[in-house]
Design a protein around this ligand. Structure first.
Ligand code: HEC
Ligand code: HEC
Ligand code: HEC
Ligand code: HEC
Ligand code: HEC
Ligand code: HEC
Ligand code: HEC
Ligand code: HEC
Length: 446
């Protein structure tokens, strides 16, 4: 074989390797190096974020995260390497197995499966497709699809998206950039309340606002520079003491517990549905949460908080949520509503907001020490809408059975029989403590 033919063969093999993507395996270092060299010019800020990250410090390169295997639906050739734009929990899980597993088991991972929910139905009929994509799915996650017109590239309708329960082409759920923004992927950032605040806010789940008004938020924002957010291990009472953040209570380590990426581990109730219920193993979950409080508070203080919180949840359940649900069921069963489709009648909107908006706000305020949300944005509005919008709207049907049901509730139920009585008499009952006794049974346990 002449030198020329040999050289030709080598080039040939090289071209073949390049074309099949096997090059990435045979000459990883130089290709990996090229990603940085070129993107330093093309996307300078993206490069700098990576350069300042723990990943760069530990030699984790662009290719370590973006490399893809042949046959993956979103894999394409880019500058001599087979890569994918998406870097899913499964990809991160190659190096962070525990985090990926916990994310996959968490309630967060189910957030993309909302198409059958009442909320999704409402968004599609009252709104329309684009708002479901840019509203709901930016928080909950899209099903990421491939663009049929640009093979192996992501469909513009389903990406960009970093929803918490994103359904990825590789079957994994969620997106780690949700809390660790790229390309810094910092844990210090995720420890701050802002990491949760894109989603946990607004009329139906105002955790951010509740936190900001609580003494915890107050202490955090005024002592942020003492929070030692960069500490390798971040444990209240060891690395910091000023205040808890969302992560402190729901995710971070304590002296006894490890960091968890399963945000439900410390939650006893679910405060989302019309009527709140305990989760399975709620006692263990409650114990996990109380353990967090212990680095800063003593036992009786902590138990006092949960004693009050649980009673407020039961108050909402028993006084408003259960009767309202019963009345709605009766109205539906009797076929009293004028229009057929769900949400085409006013009473359905009133009922929806009663539990989904103000009813949740009251419960979230009570859980996380936000008194303004517990009462003014919460139970105050529940009461106002229950007595002066929901019941009157039901009475509009003029159905004798419905009216008798309402009459009975308002005259016989000791929590509701105040509307027709003299103010002075009611004030006397409050002063003597008699009215408060009506609510005594809502306080249970320790
Ligand atoms: C010679 C320059 C150059 C090199 C080398 C290079 N890139 Fe790029 N890359 C670009 C440019 C320009 C774009 C944007 C235009 C495009 O999509 O082609 C881009 C786009 C991308 C995208 C987004 C593509 C999309 O459609 O979503 C990713 C991800 C990416 N590069 C990663 C990498 C990785 C990983 C490497 C190393 C294997 C690499 N790049 C090497 C120039 C380069
Ligand atoms: C620790 C893993 C990791 C590393 C290292 C990494 N990326 Fe990424 N990159 C991601 C993730 C995650 C996304 C978001 C994709 C998604 O939504 O799943 C992303 C998205 C991108 C995008 C498209 C999104 C945009 O904002 O335009 C480009 C381009 C990109 N990366 C280039 C690079 C380059 C170049 C490097 C090296 C300098 C690099 N990445 C290093 C994880 C990584
Ligand atoms: C090739 C292995 C590898 C991959 C893939 C990888 N990482 Fe890392 N990651 C590391 C190493 C090594 C460190 C530094 C040592 C440590 O903190 O464990 C690190 C550190 C981190 C940290 C802590 C940073 C800090 O502030 O201390 C976070 C958060 C993180 N990675 C998230 C991710 C996410 C999200 C992805 C996927 C988008 C990912 N990693 C993909 C290897 C990897
Ligand atoms: C701003 C981000 C955001 C938007 C926009 C959003 N959601 Fe949510 N959604 C959340 C959060 C956060 C929760 C969990 C609240 C909690 O646990 O208190 C949630 C809860 C839910 C639940 C209750 C799940 C359960 O198990 O009880 C459903 C269903 C739902 N959302 C569907 C939708 C639909 C459909 C849309 C669009 C019409 C939508 N959401 C818009 C963030 C959002
Ligand atoms: C809901 C927000 C959230 C999501 C989603 C999330 N993380 Fe984290 N992550 C955090 C917080 C908060 C910390 C810091 C915990 C601490 O040390 O206080 C953290 C810490 C880490 C660390 C540092 C090691 C440790 O355990 O302290 C790694 C690595 C990491 N995350 C990887 C991932 C990976 C991989 C994914 C996706 C599979 C992911 N994270 C998704 C919030 C999140
Ligand atoms: C001082 C600790 C603490 C802080 C700080 C805190 N939470 Fe909570 N959170 C709780 C407790 C306690 C509950 C109720 C647990 C239970 O049901 O037993 C809760 C409940 C929740 C729920 C479940 C709601 C539902 O509908 O079921 C979400 C979501 C939540 N918190 C998110 C957040 C976010 C986001 C932040 C920061 C903006 C935050 N939390 C700050 C202690 C805290
Ligand atoms: C991108 C949006 C998004 C971000 C960011 C986010 N969450 Fe969530 N979170 C949700 C959604 C949506 C749900 C409801 C899940 C469902 O419907 O399946 C939820 C549910 C929860 C729950 C209830 C879990 C349970 O088992 O009942 C807790 C607690 C929680 N999130 C805490 C956090 C904390 C703490 C952070 C920040 C460190 C955070 N989340 C960041 C969207 C988000
Ligand atoms: C990192 C420390 C820290 C942790 C963890 C912590 N707290 Fe606090 N908490 C504080 C500080 C600081 C205050 C403000 C004290 C004051 O009023 O001066 C506070 C105040 C409170 C208050 C009084 C609110 C008010 O408006 O007067 C309650 C109730 C409370 N915490 C409950 C809890 C519960 C329940 C937990 C666990 C789920 C918890 N805390 C976790 C630091 C913490």
């Amino acid at each position: 074989m002449t030198m020329r033919r040999l050289r030709g063969l080598i080039v040939g093999i090289a071209v073949l390797l390049l074309a099949t993507g096997a090059w990435a395996v045979t000459d990883k270092t130089s290709i990996a190096g090229k990603c940085m060299t070129c993107h330093k010019e093309k996307t300078p800020a993206l490069y700098q974020q990576w350069l300042g990250s723990q990943h760069a410090a530990h030699d984790v390169t662009c290719l370590d995260c973006h490399k893809a295997n042949r046959g993956e639906p979103d894999a394409y050739m880019h500058e001599g390497a087979l890569i994918a734009t998406l870097v899913t929990p499964k990809d991160c899980g190659r190096c962070h197995e525990r985090e990926a597993k916990e994310v996959g088991q968490s309630y967060h991972a189910t957030a993309g499966k909302i198409l059958d929910s009442k909320d999704a139905y409402l968004a599609h009929v009252a709104g329309g497709d684009p708002v479901a994509v840019q509203g709901c799915e930016q928080c909950h996650g899209t099903k990421v699809k491939i663009d049929p017109k640009a093979p192996n590239k992501l469909s513009k309708k389903s990406w960009p998206n970093s929803g918490i329960g994103r359904i990825n082409p590789d079957g994994s759920l969620g997106s780690c950039t949700t809390c660790h923004t790229r390309h810094a992927f910092s844990k210090a950032q995720a420890r701050q309340p802002e990491a949760c605040s894109k989603c946990h806010l607004g009329p139906d789940h105002p955790q951010k606002e509740v936190y900001e008004e609580s003494k915890h938020g107050n202490a955090y924002y005024t002592h942020k520079d003492e929070m030692n957010l960069d500490a390798p291990k971040w444990v209240a009472g060891i690395s910091y003491n000023a205040a808890p953040t969302c992560a402190t209570c729901h995710m971070s380590a304590t002296k006894k517990q490890k960091v968890t990426h399963d945000v439900g581990q410390r939650i006893a109730w679910t405060l989302r549905p019309p009527v709140s219920k305990y989760k399975p193993n709620h006692a263990q979950r409650r114990a996990n949460m109380k353990d967090v409080c212990k680095s800063c508070h003593e036992k009786r203080f902590i138990e006092g908080h949960f004693h009050q919180f649980d009673a407020t949840v039961r108050l909402y359940n028993e006084k408003f949520a259960k009767p309202a649900g019963e009345l709605m069921a009766m109205i539906k069963k009797k076929g009293l509503m004028k229009h057929k489709a769900a949400f085409s009648n006013k009473i359905e909107w009133i009922y929806w907001e009663l539990w989904h908006h103000e009813g949740r706000r009251a419960r979230h305020g009570a859980a996380m020490m936000g008194p303004d949300y517990t009462w003014w944005h919460g139970m105050y509005e529940v009461a106002q809408h229950f007595y002066f919008e929901f019941l009157p709207e039901a009475e509009e049907y003029g159905d004798p059975e419905v009216n008798a049901w309402i009459e009975k509730l308002l005259s016989e139920n000791p929590m509701h029989n105040w509307l027709d009585r003299p103010t002075d008499e009611l004030k006397k009952e409050i002063r003597s403590g008699k009215m408060q006794k009506t609510y005594e049974k809502l306080y249970q346990g320790d």
